[in-house]
Design a protein around this ligand. Sequence first.
Ligand code: SF4
Ligand code: SF4
Length: 73
Amino acid sequence: MPHTIVSDICEGVASCFQACPVECIKPGQGGNMKGTNYYYIDFNTCIDCGVCLEVCPVKGAVIAEERPDLQIN
Ligand code: SF4
Ligand code: SF4
């Protein structure tokens, strides 16, 4: 099951963007509810490796399940 970036918790740090081995993390358009940049995961490409979750410094921004209701694409 793909991972999800919770759009309104993400702070756009981009550690995950650089670490993803299959380059399926993309920058979102505009800002989130916090007023920061955010990224999102292409669920169709994600291989569920968990690297993004390990490197993200923002608690709760990445979750190990597919939750399209929490992620703005
Ligand atoms: S999910 Fe975490 S590492 Fe990725 S952009 Fe958002 S805050 Fe940064
Ligand atoms: S779980 Fe792995 S493949 Fe999926 S978005 Fe995170 S780093 Fe990329």
